[in-house]
Design a protein around this ligand. Structure first.
Ligand code: URA
Length: 234
């Protein structure tokens, strides 16, 4: 863990002590990497998927990590609760923090284009959420302790939606789901799996906007085509 990570961990532990929290949220069991052919959907212990509303209720007015202090709104997620495709981003930005909706700023406009023009779907047909439900200050990269505090909710969202495919947007989302330490260029373009669900990591739309080059856009398009191909295979 680097110095920034240690500082965040110290702040987090102080925060837990201040908040009289008597248990530290622990990571969920490791994700398993399997090729899509072996992929299967996941179910809760009861055999039924958990409802998103119940998960949102459990999240409540969350204060499990210090990000709750500065957030305006929790950004839980939006879209079709039985979507085939789940997009997982990193964390809300300014516009998302104001509105409570994921990917509604500039990066969201590009994501809309990918969904609508690239996949021929509407935003309402897919589900969109983030690893973190609260905005990090100045949109900085999520810290491990923040991911640790929030990840259980994403995992429950995935179990409830049971998408056929997950598209992770950017490195923090890929790392949170896949528990891998590889760089983006090694992750994107190839299938991974989270709990048997195929995961296609691709570049974050904000990164694409900052690096609006033909090679980057071509790679995103290749990733999108691979997702469409897998869904069409049935
Ligand atoms: N970036 C993200 O990762 N998520 C959002 O919701 C918006 C921007």
């Amino acid at each position: 863990m680097d110095v920034e990570g240690l500082r965040a961990l110290k702040e987090y532990l102080e925060y837990l002590i201040e908040s009289d929290v008597d248990a530290i949220p622990l990571p969920q069991p490791s994700a398993r990497t399997v090729p899509p052919a072996e992929a299967c959907s996941i179910e809760g212990e009861s055999g039924e998927s958990e409802e998103l509303e119940a998960i949102r209720d459990d999240l409540g007015d969350c204060s499990r990590c210090p990000l709750s202090r500065a957030r305006k709104k929790i950004v839980f997620g939006q879209g079709n609760p039985s979507a085939d495709i789940l997009f997982v981003g990193e964390a809300p930005g300014g516009e998302e923090d104001r509105t409570g909706l994921p990917f509604v700023g500039r990066a969201g406009q590009l994501l809309n284009q990918i969904i609508e023009n690239g996949m021929g779907l509407s935003r309402a047909e897919v589900y969109i959420c983030n690893v973190l439900k609260c905005r990090p200050p100045s949109n900085r990269t999520p810290q491990e302790v923040e991911v640790l505090a929030c990840l259980a909710f994403l995992k429950r969202q995935i179990a409830a939606i049971r998408p056929r495919v997950i598209v992770s947007l950017g490195l923090p989302a890929a790392r949170a789901l896949l528990e891998v330490d590889k760089p983006m260029h090694q992750l994107r373009g190839t299938w991974h799996a989270y709990e048997g669900i195929p995961v296609m990591p691709t570049f974050h739309p904000a990164y694409v906007l900052r690096n609006y080059t033909v090679p980057i856009r071509r790679q995103v398009w290749e990733d999108v085509k691979e997702v469409i191909r897998l869904l069409q295979e049935g």
